[in-house]
Design a protein around this ligand. Structure first.
Ligand code: PEP
Length: 253
């Protein structure tokens, strides 16, 4: 990473932790030890959002939801909107996680509405992109990344591009214990940055791009030290407060 970009480390809890378990995490997570030079974000399930907002209050830790609907209200049973989250003190949202794309039919067309909606509402969008193992093996990684980045950010004005955080998450590395090599992570993330550069050369240097995929306390330092990697989106290893603290501490900033 470079000094131009503020690093960000996010804990994606997915569908884990009851409200009581979220309370326990907040009690154990050592927010006082967190570096002032990086953003730390926790992404609980909707049911634990208020608890985590309260649990980290007084610290700089941000709380993110794992999805939003593009509309503010209406006949969308089971959905949650940006204003509902803002009211709880949520300040960011993960969009387009591969689990949502693969298991819940999240499309690039829907994301093209959700990303600008999040920005307009004042939520920091963390947009996930990444290729499957088959796509990587077939030499299709760049095509997939180009398609997702271009489509999902199509309606984001150039002036707001630097307000989007992009997480490069190779699907074959998520929850598998198989981490991208530093070279694979750097190449893919540099390519994503080049895609942003196609929209605006100046802003590309300011867009934060994270790596996600089986990051843990043992491998974090190597990945986070790469020139284009501005942080990490951490799934499984973020569920344990000590492990997540160790990942944040392993960062070279
Ligand atoms: C994720 O959920 O985005 C993720 C990267 O998970 P894991 O760290 O468990 O691979």
């Amino acid at each position: 990473m470079t000094g131009e970009r503020r690093p960000l480390i996010a804990a994606n809890w997915k569908m884990n932790k009851t409200n009581a378990e979220a309370v326990a995490f907040c009690n154990d997570f050592r927010v006082r030890d967190l570096p002032a030079s990086a953003d730390v974000v926790i992404c609980p399930a909707y049911t634990a959002l208020r608890t985590v907002v309260e649990g980290v209050s007084g610290s700089a830790v941000l709380v993110a939801a794992q999805n939003i609907h593009a509309e503010d209200s209406g006949a969308f049973t089971g959905e949650v909107s940006a204003p509902m989250l803002l009211e709880l003190g949520v300040s960011a949202v993960v969009l387009g996680h591969s689990e949502r794309r693969q298991q819940f039919g999240e499309t690039d067309a829907a994301l093209a509405k959700k990303v600008p909606r999040a920005l307009a509402a004042g939520l920091l969008p963390i947009l996930c992109v990444g290729e499957t193992e088959e796509e990587r093996d077939a030499g299709e990684t760049q095509r997939k990344l180009r398609q997702q980045v271009q489509a999902d950010l199509a309606a984001v004005g150039t002036e707001q591009l630097a307000d989007v955080v992009i997480a490069y998450e190779p699907i074959w590395a998520i929850g598998t214990g198989k981490t991208a090599t530093p070279e694979q992570a750097q190449d893919a993330i540099a390519f994503v940055r080049a895609l942003v550069r196609d929209r605006d050369a100046g802003l590309a240097a300011r867009v934060r791009i994270l790596y996600g995929g089986s990051v843990n306390a043992a491998n974090a330092a190597n990945l986070l030290d790469l020139p284009d990697v501005d942080g990490a989106l951490v799934g499984g290893a973020s569920l344990d407060p000590d492990e997540f603290s160790a990942i944040v501490s392993a960062a070279p900033w």
